[in-house]
Design a protein around this ligand. Sequence first.
Ligand code: ADP
Ligand code: MG
Length: 727
Amino acid sequence: MSKIRFNALKETLNRKPVKVKENKKRSSLFCKNVFNKDTMRQYLTKDAYKGVMSAIDHSTKIDRKIAGQVSSAMKDWALSKGATHYTHWFQPLTGGTAEKHDAFFETIGDGNAIESFGGSELVQQEPDASSFPNGGIRNTFEARGYTAWDPTSPAFIYGSTLCIPTIFVAYTGEALDNKTPLLRALHAVDNAATAVCKYFDKNVKKVTASLGWEQEYFLIDAAFAASRPDITLTGRTLLGHSSAKGQQLDDHYFGSIPKRALDFMRDLEQECMLLGIPVKTRHNEVAPNQFELAPIYEESNLAVDHNSLLMDVMSKVASHHHFKVLLHEKPFAGINGSGKHNNWSLATNTGINLLGPGSNPMGNLQFLTFFINTIKAVNDNEELLRASIASASNDHRLGANEAPPAIISVFIGAQLTKVLKNLESVTKGKLSPEEKTDLKLNVVGKIPDVLLDNTDRNRTSPFAFTGNKFEFRAVGSTANCAKPMTVLNTIVAKQLKEFKVEVDKLIDKKNLKKDEAVFNVLREYIKASKKILFEGNGYSDEWEKEAKKRGLSNNKTTPEALKAQISKKTIDLYDQMNVMSKIEVEARHEIELEEYTMRIQIEGRVLGDIARNHVVPTAIQYQNTLIENVKGLKEIFGTNFKKIAADQIDLIEKISGHIAGIRSKVKLMIDERKKANKLEGQKAADAYCNKVKPYFDEIRYHCDKLEIMVDDELWPLTKYRELLFTR
Ligand code: ADP
Ligand code: MG
């Protein structure tokens, strides 16, 4: 076995158990490191507390005096917990999180120092952010960016640093992050949904979008990860022959969690608890060494922050346990990939889940209103929703024979399908008293019973209704949920706004009663949204054909999918809903295309390097041994040797064939890269996608063939069976 591989295996097998933190009752840890409402009530004056609450609930501005009081209280609290630094914590368009730590420490002359943190430092900072992607919004010389406190997401202490969630914007006002558009989208859906709720309950003042994500990931030993340049540099294996045993026995799913992984999870969960991330569920996933973690759902902005934070915390806790977390959507070929289901719903300040059936016919009509409007929104904007989850890594799932497909469709189950069918036949215009009674009793009145036994779930659907929420399953495991959540909430906001206009028109112009008007508009929406509803197997070839007939998009690659982000329709949508300006939309598009290009470029370089510098030399070394062997056989057997050495000679030839294959394909790939590098934007991304990337599979094919031909003793790269099954 090669030295690197041997050492990695030895290190892994000799791991001593890591000392885990004392297992504490989760509730006793919850939010201990969060400056949340409870802590604020303790630390703030009444005025300051009221000011912050009003900023959270009604988006009012916090004045200087109050900001000063809050920062001072935050500092006292943070110092009492051992924090030494603070940072504005934000989500630049890299998709990750960013922080720049400053010490509370301040000198006051004569060799003296104090701890200080003023209101202005809390409210606004100006990180030197010229290296963050900005898609041309901000020329380094003309306008700078600043971060501004987002009081709706509470500050927290991580390690010894007080982290203050912030938005990141240019001085010219454009958002340079993922959080700002999300906040605007949440505001839009609040306004639109609250207005619609008033048809049913005048007391509704605010509607909040909730998000419950489910994070899938792989855990592999840190020594193995370090032994593979592809995992180290790209987060996935670019080559590697499949293991004799993979996931075919389904013996991992929901199986007992291996001790080492469980120790990691325990520490991770306790860390999450302290940070206020309400993690609840953990289990083995389908693939070996694949796991899932899910929290209790929260308000979307907070849930997005918590997921971004979680991904960071996971890596840190994992390294303490000598693991590497692989968040990539497809770390191993032939083994299930990872996603991040986004469970989404809307709830009122009066405590009603708008996507949960009501307790009476009126409540159910409200449920149907939000249910059908969401379907219509997805129907009308499926291509944009697909774009919101596009990335080089998620392309390995969507449209690549893996769950779910690149075609967006909505699954609602047999019973709700029947309800929609009944609603579709509602008479146009005024309803007869008989029809009203029938609707109330037999259609709207029956929904709670219907949903209680809504057990027919369809795992192949990318967007499924699951009883009291929609589950957007096509989101990738590396994704920042802000992107899909911005799109979903924006399209639903626009849809609800239109719905209100249409219902009001029927009430005013056609003299219909409120519920008659609602029924009438919903009926038309059901008719108009038929193409998006699909109950069958989303992975099947038939669906692909059927979807094409229906006119649904099937954008299998990121460069194709992203186009929907800058269509006139999208730009108008964001503009109307005050979510993003044209400049902001175009900047994001440019950044995402560029990110795609760079990721494929890096993968191409790494693959070429491994193939030529690791695989080919190893193959030649083994081939030399074979040649020596054949020479020896010739010496012994003379002219007869050819028959006796036939297999060896065949192997020598095959190895030569694969080496030649690698050499020529790598060269062709590099030639294509050179051409692609002369291009920009869409053209560069297209070239990387269609000209460069196809060589990956071809190069890999030859490498993987060599892996099973070459002496295992010589093979330099940790094999799939070791990566996936060593514990
Ligand atoms: P699975 O998909 O693994 O079968 P579920 O469908 O039960 O699991 O999803 C559970 C997830 O859904 C949890 O993360 C939970 O917090 C979330 N969830 C439940 N209700 C809501 C809601 N009203 N809004 C958003 N997320 C929700
Ligand atoms: Mg789920």
